[in-house]
Design a protein around this ligand. Structure first.
Ligand SMILES: [Zn+2]
Length: 236
């Protein structure tokens, strides 16, 4: 057995209910879930045997780094990279000028980065309301589902871009405004198509294709990039 130091560390989470060992990799972190009574040596051996797989998965994971929200970081808005500048001690609206995004941060807040991220989400939501709501209405009308649409909401979640309920409520993630316009449009097409089909059947994808003929490319793009935007987090 190799005793070489590993290029990663892992955290072990034990649970009495567990019967098997499993490795999870998310956001560059390796977590091993194991039954409470299983010997540590057995767990380490299990991880050793999956060394190559872990490295491969981590490499894939690292190609999509979690964007750390901080002053000076590069952030895409509408698919174009902008540099964030946090201006402390000022108030007012976020301003996008050329490739600089100015975020005013009051000096009364305890966690400036978290505050700035919240401001950004609110700003993105306003942009989404101005741009996407109109697209949702016209897409719904164009497939004859205008009357099924009851409401459009925007919500920051850590797991999904959009959602459509049986009651006809379409929910979109404000951070979709960070993606290029054609990707925003794909998300609209996807959720609107759910007004007609509440599943991911062939018929559903045919409806998506009517609204967005290049949906396959756009769907893949969103899968490849969701890590960085959905998990955007502020660390202060
Ligand atoms: Zn769906």
């Amino acid at each position: 057995m190799t005793t070489e130091p590993k290029p990663y560390t892992y955290r072990i989470i034990r649970s009495a209910k567990r019967r098997t060992v499993a490795i999870h990799i998310k956001a560059n972190e390796v977590t091993v879930r194991a039954p409470t009574t299983l010997a540590l040596a057995v767990i380490h051996r299990f991880v050793d045997q999956r060394h190559d797989w872990i490295l491969k998965t981590l490499a894939k994971d690292r190609s999509q780094p979690v964007v750390n929200f901080q002053d000076g970081a590069l952030l895409p808005i509408g698919g174009k990279l902008t540099r964030m500048v946090l201006v402390t001690g000022s108030s007012g609206d976020i301003k996008l000028g050329g490739d600089v995004l100015i975020i005013p941060v009051s000096n009364r807040v305890k966690y400036p980065h978290r505050y700035a991220l919240k401001q950004l989400d609110t700003w993105l939501e306003r942009r989404a309301t101005a741009v996407l709501s109109e697209q949702v209405f016209s897409a719904a009308n164009s497939i004859g589902c205008g009357s099924r649409l009851t409401r459009i909401t925007y919500k920051v979640t850590r797991s999904k871009w959009g959602h459509c309920t049986h009651a006809g409520v379409i929910q979109l993630h404000p951070r979709i405004m960070m993606a290029p316009p054609e990707i925003q449009h794909y998300l609209v097409a996807h959720e609107v198509a759910h007004l007609r089909h509440m599943n991911h059947s062939g018929a559903f994808w045919e409806t998506v294709a009517r609204l967005d003929p290049s949906y396959k490319v756009h769907r893949q793009w969103l899968k490849d990039h969701q890590h960085a935007t959905l998990l955007l987090s502020a660390s202060d």
